[in-house]
Structures are given as C-alpha cells and as structure tokens.
Write a protein that binds this ligand. Structure first.
Ligand SMILES: [Zn+2]
Ligand SMILES: [Zn+2]
Length: 302
C-alpha cells in the first residue's frame, strides 16, 4: 500500500499546505480519503491521475474535508464520461451533491453512486476492505476508517521447486494457486512450494477527533496510524474545546494501540513548516515508535 498526502492543513490552507486529502493506492486500485478544497489541483501537481479517481471517502461534513468534491465531480464529467464514481460518507452528503446538481443543472455525464457510512461493518470496495468507526469530534458526526489490503499469496520457493523437479513452465500455475501434474504423474500442490500467505497492510485514519478508544481499538492491528494533530500541547484547551487532538495526545493513542508507525496530519494554519518537527518531538514523548509529521505530497509505503 502506498499513501500520498495531498493536503495536511486544517480548516484553512497555507502557502505550503492544502486542505485534507489522502490518496491510498494498492496494485491496480486507489481510494481518496477526504477531499478538501483544491484537492484536484494537488493531484495534478503530484502527477496523480484524476481520471483514475473512482472512490472517495468523506469522513465528515466540515467544509475542509469535502469542499473539493463538487469541482472534482465536474472535472471528471469533462474528462471521463461514462465511468462511475463511488462516494462514501455521512447521509447528508448525498443531499448536498444532489441539491447542487439540481439547483445548478450541472448533472455529470456519469453516475455518482453513494454509499452511506455504517459503523463496524467491514466491506470490500475494489481491492480494499474498509471498516468505519465513530470518533469524538465535539459531537459532530465524524468517522475514522480502517483500510486493509487483501492478503497476498506466500512467496514461491525456487529451491524447493528444484528439489521436486518442477519444470519452469508449470511454476507460474502453482504461483497462481493451482495444483499441477508432473510428467512422471506426481501431483504438486501450491502449498508444497509456496510460503504462508502474507498479510495485507492495514492503515487506520482517525479523521478529526479527540483521543478516543475507538481509534485505539482500530489501530491495534494496524501497520500505520494516521492521526490528526491540530495543535501542540500548549494549546490543549483549544484542542478540547474544538474536538481535536494535540501531537502529544496523538502519541498517547499510538502508544496505547501499540501501532508500528504514526503519521501526524491536519495541522492548524498557525504553525509553519519549521514547527512540524516540534509535532514529531512532542508525539515521541508519549510514543516509542516511528513518528512522521506529514508534509503535502509526502509518500509513505506501508
Ligand atoms: Zn478538519
Ligand atoms: Zn472537522
């Protein structure tokens, strides 16, 4: 899985940070998490294909997380007629999209399919398995999401294949999961030459939230936790009153979950790029794993 941060600011953009959007990619598929204003421009700058966007998750209906969606639908209507777009979000999002279409007469030339978020029900979407959970964002309906890649087949063992005398022409068939019959009549099964299946990567995105148990639970088996850190801990009071987290608190959540890596994002516009190292240091006071404060266009392989 590869993650690219397209916007790492909160509420308002800065000269170096766009509004929330994270592109998650796996082989042959991708999904966009949140779509703040300016996301399509960020994608173009990152040389990510707008044409390939076919799944967008909106975690909540604060403008910084979805005001980029309508312009993206408009562009897709021009660029990619005929192909569907799946939007997953809180129920009211559908009314907003249909309302704009109705009032402006700007119906796209393709189908916008909508799926309302349901919590704790995992489902497959393209090559991903998604599960949403509620978070704690000052009482505003907001969801975090866990994204899992399907398990991959185990590694092929060429030494074992030589020992069994399997001709090269039959090896690809075993790697695709089928048994083969050798010229001498012996049958070789995939598990005779393949290692155990490799677990697909798991990513958890907190969206906007106070530190909360649902994120800790979701992140327990995750490889990476992307947690918001709107403020440094000196502004904890402000974090509490607005339903956000400090970098230190994000570190506490990651530590409680025992997750391997923590990526911070959603920084208040009051902070400059040179302040972001303080976010990493502060989270590291509470968390023993690797911490990264995301920058726009950062790519992380999971
Ligand atoms: Zn936000
Ligand atoms: Zn919010």
């Amino acid at each position: 899985m590869r993650v690219r941060f397209l916007g790492t600011s909160s509420a308002v953009p800065t000269d170096s940070r766009g509004l929330p959007a994270i592109l998650v990619k796996t082989v042959g598929d991708s999904i966009l998490l949140d779509c703040g204003e300016g996301t399509q421009r960020q994608m173009i700058r990152a040389r990510e294909s707008l044409m390939k966007v076919d799944k967008v998750v909106v975690t909540h209906l604060h403008g910084d997380h979805f005001f980029g969606l309508m312009p993206m639908i408009q562009s897709l209507g021009i660029l990619r007629k005929g192909s569907d777009l799946m939007v997953i979000g809180p129920r009211a999002l559908m009314d907003i999209i249909r309302g704009i279409e109705e009032k402006t007469g700007s119906k796209p030339q393709f189908r916008v399919e909508f799926r309302e978020i349901e919590v704790y029900r995992s489902f497959r979407l393209g090559r991903f398995i998604l599960e949403f959970f509620p978070v704690d964002h000052a009482g505003f309906e907001t969801y975090g999401v866990k994204i899992r890649e399907p398990d991959r087949p185990g590694r092929f063992d060429p030494v074992r294949a030589d020992e069994l005398g399997i001709p090269p022409v039959l090896r690809g068939i075993l790697q695709r999961g089928f048994s083969v019959k050798l010229p001498d009549g012996r049958v070789v099964r995939p598990q005779d030459v393949m290692g155990p299946p490799r677990r697909g990567s798991i990513l958890v995105y907190s969206s906007d939230t106070r530190p909360t148990e649902s994120v800790i639970r979701a992140a327990r088996e995750a490889d990476v936790l992307i947690h918001e850190a709107t403020y440094l801990h000196e502004l904890r009071d402000r974090a509490v009153s607005t339903g956000h987290s400090t970098a230190f608190e994000a570190g506490q959540v990651a530590e409680a979950a025992g997750v391997r890596r923590l990526i911070l994002t959603h920084f208040s516009a009051r902070y400059r790029e040179e302040d972001l190292v303080k976010f990493e240091e502060e989270a590291s006071q509470a968390y023993g794993g690797e911490v990264i404060a995301a920058r726009d266009f950062l790519v992380v392989d999971i």
